[in-house]
Design a protein. Structure first.
Length: 394
């Protein structure tokens, strides 16, 4: 069913990196969400009124909030597709994140309203009635929400959309809450216990948690996220694969919305190669990077020594020292200032993010001591920094 809808309503559906195609995926997800959730809301509300169940009606208004979320998502996707203009040279892609954050707020608000209603129901319970048709329809609702979960997960994974993946997680939460509602009705039928208010309370908490999770997922790219290690390695290895590039560091990616990113990276080039030759290589990498990653890549050239034997030996020695101190330590931008009686090794040291500031000086002292033990002429001048890459795969 999912593949049928994609092929039917998303022309060129395989070109997932294309901004227009990505927008079509977003529109398809929104329309399916609006349609399914409005049907579920209407059906559950009628059942809830029929059997006088607050948990069923709570579940119905949860679906209504999901429909409103899909409408806002639809508007957000359309606005995010607007091209760059004079005031917004990087486009309007982040509107999609803002729309998702509004959706999260609405979901939390609906959950809080249901929470208050459930408290009242617990304090002042009302008589329920049992209808087998209500169980059948709610079971069908579980099936629909389960399909919507898989549908949004498939679309979200295909176009790398955190919003769709959050919607998928929300749908899975709806499966759990509707199942809990079914349990409350069956418990009333079999045991005569009215736990409707309690189940409504549980549903409301699940709804609010879903809203908070959506907010976290959408705020992260707005605030600025660490780079996925896989993407970091892919871009770094791509740049290093070109002849004339001997290393890379300091990759930074700025997200201006889904499929709208800019990046910068430092590329190390041999210092004995002409500037014009290295510049020509850099230009070619930037052009090919845009075709491959669909992002603008700005490359800063760092000339490095590649033939001075003394420099290379000291570089290897420094790498061995860092491995002894902490295998996670990395260095770059190494320069050697060679005097008569003293050699200054100047470099940037990349330390793990779990290091406390108090550890910085301790690490520096360990490195200085071990370097001097190996070569008493050497003095290290270190600039400490963190990587922009996440330290775990997401």
């Amino acid at each position: 069913m999912t593949e049928f809808l994609i092929k039917k309503f998303v022309p060129d559906y395989e070109k997932v990196e294309d901004g227009t195609v990505r927008t079509r995926y977003g529109i398809l997800s929104s329309i399916v969400g609006i349609t399914c959730n409005l049907i579920l809301f209407t059906t559950k509300l009628l059942i809830g009124l029929l059997i006088n169940s607050i948990s069923v009606m709570a579940d119905a208004f949860n679906n209504l909030s999901d429909a409103a979320s899909s409408i806002i998502g639809f508007i957000g996707v359309k606005m995010a597709d607007k091209p760059a203009d004079e005031d917004h040279p990087f486009g309007h892609g982040r509107i999609e994140y803002i729309a998702a954050f509004i959706v999260a707020f609405l979901v939390i608000q609906v959950g809080f309203s249901l929470f208050k209603s459930s408290i009242v129901k617990i304090l002042h319970p009302e008589e329920m009635s049992f209808r087998m048709i209500s169980i059948v329809i709610l079971l069908l609702s579980v099936c629909v929400k389960l399909w919507m979960c898989m549908f949004n997960k498939k679309l979200g994974s295909r176009i790398h959309s955190s919003v769709m993946l959050a919607t998928s997680a929300d749908s899975l939460g709806d499966v759990a809450t509707t199942s809990a509602t079914i349990v409350s009705i069956l418990v009333f039928r079999i045991l005569g216990w009215n736990i409707d208010g309690l189940i409504g309370l549980i549903v409301s908490v699940v709804v609010m948690i879903a809203g908070v999770n959506i907010a976290k997922d959408t705020l992260a790219p707005l605030i600025g996220e660490a780079i996925d290690p896989k993407l970091y390695a892919e871009i770094s290895n791509f740049v290093k694969s070109f002849d004339g590039i001997v290393g890379t560091h300091d990759l930074i990616i700025h997200n201006y919305g889904p499929s709208r990113s800019m990046a910068s990276i430092h590329a190390e080039v041999p210092n004995d190669v002409g500037v014009l030759i290295s510049h020509e290589i850099i230009d070619r990498i930037e052009r090919e990077a845009y075709d491959r990653f669909h992002m603008s890549l700005v490359i800063h050239m760092d000339p490095v020594e590649t033939k001075n034997q003394q420099f290379l030996e000291l570089k290897q020695m420094l790498g061995e020292v860092l491995e002894e101190v902490d295998s996670r330590l990395e260095f770059h931008d190494l320069r050697m200032v060679n005097g008569r009686e003293r050699i200054n090794l100047i470099f940037d040291l990349v330390v793990p993010r779990d290091y406390q500031r108090s550890q910085y000086q301790m690490v520096k002292e360990q490195i200085l001591r071990r370097v001097r033990e190996r070569d008493g002429r050497c003095q290290c001048i270190i600039t400490m920094e963190n990587s922009y890459c996440a330290e775990t795969v997401r």
